[in-house]
Design a protein around this ligand. Structure first.
Ligand SMILES: [Zn+2]
Length: 247
């Protein structure tokens, strides 16, 4: 039985997600950028929350944990670093599995944006929740990790099947597309940027994306093809370029 996902905007540019296991009706919230927004979306959906799945400790991913858990009784699952900012019931790390009804999420270590950042991958449904590690045409800033750590994390995600649906946690895609166009003159990037700008003009989300689309057009995954140096050096240069990019 598949999952259903509801994506909803939170704060200025975050996305919240509700994931429902259709076999049992059990539902998870992936991160809690805004507790009130998560509870409103639950009410609108009529779904029953049993889990909160945190990707990393940043407040715009955890600040609703306490309120949502208090209102629903949901168990909070995440990496140990969540405790820096919010309550956590069950600590998980790479290689662990989290059950949501009949659905199984593999925990993938995707550190770099923060040291303990994890992603959740549902292989049966080819769906990944990647927090602030991989974005549509972008990747997370290196607040805590090294370029080598982030490059490894991105490779772990890039190794998932091309058709994997990827839910990233921010709507940064238009800015990412403007940056990608400065590095990559390929037709694939030009066409994707055009589609992204049109979607944003219409007020539509550009999330989810797929692993295949990111491997074809994301300048961070394509860094070794775009910039001189070994893969980690090339990635570090692209990341530094985006950090300085005004657009
Ligand atoms: Zn973050």
């Amino acid at each position: 039985m598949p999952i259903e996902v509801r994506l909803f905007p939170c704060l200025s540019d975050n996305y919240g997600f509700l994931v429902r296991d259709t076999a049992t009706g059990d539902t998870a919230a992936v991160d809690t950028p805004d507790g009130e927004a998560v509870l409103r979306e639950l009410e609108a959906s009529g779904w029953r929350l049993s889990l909160i799945l945190n990707t990393h400790w940043h407040p715009d991913h955890t600040q609703g944990n306490a309120a949502v858990a208090a209102a629903t009784g949901a168990q909070i699952v995440g990496p140990a670093e969540i405790r820096r900012a919010a309550p956590l019931d069950r600590e998980v790390k790479g290689g662990d599995e989290v059950a949501l009804g009949a659905t199984r999420f593999q925990v993938l270590e995707t550190g770099g944006h923060t040291l303990g950042h994890i992603s959740y991958y549902d292989a049966a449904d080819r769906t990944a929740f990647v927090g602030d590690t991989l974005f549509a045409l972008g990747c997370g800033r290196l607040f805590e990790g090294t370029p080598a750590m982030m490059w490894d994390s991105l490779q772990r995600l890039a190794a998932l099947p091309d058709e994997t649906t990827v839910y990233c946690a921010h709507e940064y895609t238009a800015s990412n597309a403007r940056f990608a166009l400065t590095l990559d003159r390929s037709e694939a990037v030009a066409a994707r940027a055009k589609a992204v700008f049109a979607a944003r003009e219409r007020g539509e989300p550009t999330v989810p994306t797929t692993i295949g689309a990111e491997k074809a057009t994301n300048p961070f995954l394509r860094a070794p093809e775009l910039v001189r140096g070994d893969p980690v050096e090339a990635f570090a240069k692209v990341r530094a370029g985006k950090d300085a990019f005004k657009g």
